[in-house]
Design a protein around this ligand. Structure first.
Ligand SMILES: Cc1cc2nc3c(=O)[nH]c(=O)nc-3n(C[C@H](O)[C@H](O)[C@H](O)COP(=O)(O)O)c2cc1C
Length: 185
């Protein structure tokens, strides 16, 4: 079994990116399991807090989950043609060196996914993640990326992706990343 962590980078109650993560969990191919996580409870990074109080519980949980997984998928919104600050803040905490997080993403297969009500499917957010992941030594999966536009029309009342074309994009993306991670493992 290939075990992946899916991390959604939005705090919004009705987040489209969290919905996409939930749909990915349901559409994962045989032999691939996606454990869904969020960034709720991660405080603003503060090096003093890290030094004096250690790692917050929410961060420690994410570190453990990611460390024990075979790969990671970031489900990232796009803010101002870049990545959201709250998501970057969570990744900064998770990978912070003084408290032992410096190697959490080192060599870890990481894929990018996202959806937006806009027409360009979070492409600029995904581009903005690349130097961050490169700096952290992640094994950035470049075989496919999942970018779904017009998120407002994407999900039906049952929370599922309504149309076959977009559902198929999720399936193809997960199959490609799952295969990449399993060959590596
Ligand atoms: C501050 C801010 C900036 C945004 N900038 C962009 C943007 O550059 N491109 C885009 O496609 N959507 C942008 N959006 C719209 C988000 O894609 C939209 O709010 C989306 O629902 C966020 O993801 P979520 O539903 O997972 O929370 C922006 C939203 C906010 C709040």
């Amino acid at each position: 079994m290939t075990r992946l962590v899916g991390l959604s980078g939005s705090l919004r109650r009705n987040s489209f990116n969290r919905s996409l993560l939930k749909e990915a969990v349901r559409l994962a191919p045989e032999g691939v399991e996606i454990e869904p996580h969020g960034i709720e409870g991660v405080p603003l990074y503060n090096a003093d807090v890290e030094k004096e109080e250690g790692v917050p519980e929410a961060v420690a949980r994410l570190r453990t989950a990611i460390t024990s997984a075979d790969g990671l998928i970031l489900f990232s919104p796009e803010y101002n043609n870049s990545l959201p600050g709250v998501f970057k803040n969570a990744i900064d905490w998770i990978t912070s060196n003084p408290s032992g997080g410096g190697k959490v993403l080192s060599g870890k297969p990481v894929a990018l996914a996202g959806t937006t009500p806009g027409g360009f499917g979070t492409i600029l957010s995904q581009n903005a993640w690349l130097p961050v992941l490169h700096t952290l030594g992640a094994d950035i999966f470049s075989g496919k990326r999942l970018m779904l536009a017009h998120a407002g029309k994407l999900f039906g009342d049952d929370g599922r992706i309504a149309d076959e074309e977009n559902r198929d994009k999720v399936v193809q993306f997960l199959a490609a990343f799952g295969a990449y991670v399993s060959v590596k493992g």
